[in-house]
Design a protein around this ligand. Structure first.
Ligand SMILES: *[C@@H]1O[C@H](CO)[C@@H](O)[C@H](O)[C@H]1NC(C)=O
Ligand SMILES: *[C@@H]1O[C@H](CO)[C@@H](O)[C@H](O)[C@H]1NC(C)=O
Ligand SMILES: *[C@@H]1O[C@H](CO)[C@@H](O)[C@H](O)[C@H]1NC(C)=O
Ligand SMILES: *[C@@H]1O[C@H](CO)[C@@H](O)[C@H](O)[C@H]1NC(C)=O
Ligand SMILES: *[C@@H]1O[C@H](CO)[C@@H](O)[C@H](O)[C@H]1NC(C)=O
Ligand SMILES: *[C@@H]1O[C@H](CO)[C@@H](O)[C@H](O)[C@H]1NC(C)=O
Ligand SMILES: *[C@@H]1O[C@H](CO)[C@@H](O)[C@H](O)[C@H]1NC(C)=O
Length: 604
């Protein structure tokens, strides 16, 4: 993540998600890489554009639904947009939405589609889309090539039904800079697609009200909060309707600049002992803490999204990194705390990041369910347990070589009851996290190997005096392995080898009055690449990526096994059969015996 000089002079924390920012661990050689590269620029500019994509399962309209009815929300070319106000457009609910309601139909599915093209040379840029202050998409742009690229991102936004039904404002912040070198302008269309079912909405499915916990316009930035260090707490005070009976916080998170590769950061002792002024530190553990007043209500141990310029940009062309086009969000059920919040007064919703370095972009949407049959609900917090983070570091190094093993765990649980026209309902929400990160430097600090696993379990149990109404358990595991090594350094030229494996393994089981559902996802990428760098430009290189995506759920199945090499898809198999015979999951990576000796190392 380098920053264009123009940006660097303005605001350090606004450093864009640029390509890579890979200072050498070696004190003598602090390199910042800026790809787009020369060889990419020399391609035949009249060749057809390349389509970039993130592997995901298709969003399927529910059986029996009709649509889509589509509305263009915004169309814009993002050129000189860095540090400028977000681009906005008035939002009016599409007429088909009111018409559907009038005939007794209801929203079955809403999909937000971002389509974009770009040509030339440009960094990867983080961007956000907000509707009436509530974030509805966090994403990263694809890096263009001389011949042009196109890509699209679709996100299921049905859970924002309450917002979609009201007039408001769409805002997009995508901070881009264009000059003689970085020529890419992002041309974007943002479209909403709606599908309807011929029946009224199922009760309680989606929130009645969505309250943004974000910064209000006008701004010369995104509506996200920027958390810049370990003591920085960004917060917003607000009051909630007195007839709320359920509340869920949906948190958006992305990390940039000094913390873009937080999971590879060494401890500060190592940096100080080796006088590595350009290597970001604070160790390799990060978590987002969410507080309501003085209570830690939950945490986010984020998936390690690698943006389209990360590690080696050639890895992510055209298959982009998991989550990079559609960053995951994280739900924290705060219903147990309604007893504290239903007093009509303002309460403070705050975000902090343990060990943070500049910068984390965080905001949230508070989804609220309202009791239409009463003016006032009454809650009480029955049980609450949130012990401090357990964090330990096993550290040993000599000069630039060393091994650091970091372990962490956290547990939060809360139980509370709410009396409403639905009776007295008790909700328990818990989260249980564990984490281990091994960071090993060898060959005089020129090879770095990071192996990390985040394990996050959470659950919601809802019961009234006679029965269990809902029981949901979610288990997520995020494995990550990053090898980086440099070799053949002569002056300002060197070679970089990188190997990245990352994945999301997720299982959830939901049962209750409305039925039973099960979801299991195994999504794994294995990517390796080389590049030759000269004077901070990639002069040649090659990236190969293999991804296996396997989803099995009560709502259907999806499988895809796809490989790319040097911008080209070399194999692609997919299917949506739920049969047992589909190919096995998980990416296998056999280490290449021909890999050159690991001589020098670079640090992400
Ligand atoms: C290790 O790297 C440092 C910094 O680049 C250099 O000064 C030193 O000579 C290297 N040591 C060896 C044994 O190569
Ligand atoms: C550039 O690509 C176009 C279309 O692929 C082709 O017709 C043309 O001959 C190419 N030009 C050169 C100089 O390679
Ligand atoms: C945006 O929509 C316009 C009008 O339909 C179309 O000409 C243009 O190609 C679209 N651009 C993208 C990036 O989809
Ligand atoms: C942390 O960030 C906040 C917000 O930018 C700033 O006010 C504060 O001085 C910073 N603290 C340290 C220790 O750098
Ligand atoms: C540490 O680095 C700074 C700047 O990079 C340099 O001026 C200084 O001499 C170095 N100190 C040691 C002890 O290597
Ligand atoms: C990463 O570490 C885990 C154990 O913590 C191990 O099972 C796994 O094989 C390691 N991955 C790699 C690629 O070395
Ligand atoms: C990668 O593809 C380009 C054309 O798109 C070709 O010119 C180049 O030689 C290829 N590189 C390798 C290492 O295969």
């Amino acid at each position: 993540m380098a920053s264009p000089a123009a940006a660097a002079s303005s605001h350090l924390h606004l450093l864009l998600i640029a390509l890579l920012f890979l200072p050498f661990a070696a004190a003598a050689a602090p390199h910042r890489h800026r790809v787009p590269s020369r060889h990419l620029a020399s391609l035949n500019a009249s060749a057809p554009p390349t389509t970039f994509f993130e592997v995901d399962r298709p969003i399927r309209p529910p059986l029996g639904s009709v649509g889509p009815c589509s509305a263009l929300l915004l169309s814009h070319s993002f050129g000189e947009t860095y540090g400028r106000p977000p681009v906005t457009a008035a939002y009016a609910p599409p007429e088909c939405l009111a018409a559907a309601r009038a005939r007794g139909a209801s929203l079955a599915l809403a999909v937000l589609e971002w389509t974009a093209d770009c040509r030339g040379r440009q960094f990867d840029r983080i961007f956000g889309v907000w509707l009436s202050g509530a974030e509805i998409l966090r994403s990263c742009t694809a890096e263009p090539r001389a011949t042009g690229i196109v890509w699209s991102v679709s996100r299921d936004v049905t859970r924002y039904a309450a917002l979609l039904a009201e007039p408001g404002e769409v805002a997009v912040y995508l901070g881009n800079l264009v000059d003689k070198t970085y020529t890419g302008v992002y041309h974007v269309n943002l479209t909403l697609h709606l599908y309807f079912r011929p029946a009224p909405p199922p009760l309680t499915q989606h929130a009645d009200l969505i309250v943004p916990i974000s910064r209000s316009l006008p701004l010369n930035d995104g509506q996200w909060f920027a958390v810049q260090n370990a003591t920085d707490v960004q917060s917003k005070s607000l009051s909630i309707p007195s007839n709320t009976y359920r509340a869920v916080l949906e948190v958006f998170v992305s990390f940039h600049s000094s913390d873009e590769f937080w999971y590879t950061n060494p401890p500060n002792e190592y940096i100080e002992a080796n006088n590595l002024s350009s290597v970001p530190g604070n160790g390799a553990f990060r978590e987002v803490i969410v507080k309501v007043d003085d209570h830690v209500v939950g945490a986010v141990w984020p998936f390690t999204v690698i943006y389209t310029g990360g590690v080696n940009p050639l890895l992510w062309r055209p298959i982009t990194g998991i989550g990079s086009f559609n960053l995951p969000t994280y739900d924290i059920d705060i219903t147990p705390f309604l007893g504290k919040l239903l007093d009509g007064k303002e309460h403070d919703f705050g975000f902090a990041v343990t060990n943070a370095l500049d910068v984390w972009y965080i905001d949230a949407n508070l989804h609220l369910w309202l009791d239409h049959k009463s003016k006032k609900t009454v809650g009480s917090l029955i049980g609450y347990d949130a012990p401090a983070l357990a964090l330990n570091l096993d550290s040993g190094f000599s000069g630039l070589d060393g091994k650091f093993v970091t372990g962490a765990s956290r547990h939060v649980s809360a139980t509370g009851s709410v009396k409403s026209s639905y009776g007295e309902v008790t909700t328990t929400f818990y989260q249980r996290f564990s984490y281990v990160n091994s960071n090993v430097y060898t060959n005089n600090g020129t090879v770095q190997v990071v192996n990390q696993t985040i394990d996050a379990k959470s659950g919601v149990f809802v019961k009234d005096t006679s029965a269990v109404l809902l029981s949901e358990e979610v288990h997520k595991v995020f494995p990550l392995y990053v090898y980086t090594g440099t070799s053949d350094q002569v002056g300002d030229e060197y070679s970089l080898i990188s190997l990245v494996k990352l994945g999301i393994n997720e299982k959830s089981v939901l049962g209750g009055k409305l039925g039973f559902s099960y979801r299991s996802l195994r999504n794994a990428q294995s990517a390796r690449g080389t590049m030759k760098v000269k004077k901070n430009l990639v002069v040649s290189g090659l990236g190969k990526t293999h991804q296996v995506y396997k989803y099995v759920g009560t709502d259907g199945c999806y499988f895809r096994d796809v490989s790319s090499k040097n911008y080209t898809i070399i194999s692609d198999n997919s299917g949506d059969s739920c049969s047992k015979g589909s190919p096995s999951s998980g990416v296998k990576f056999s280490s290449n015996k021909n890999q050159p000796a690991r001589k020098r190392l670079l640090k992400l």
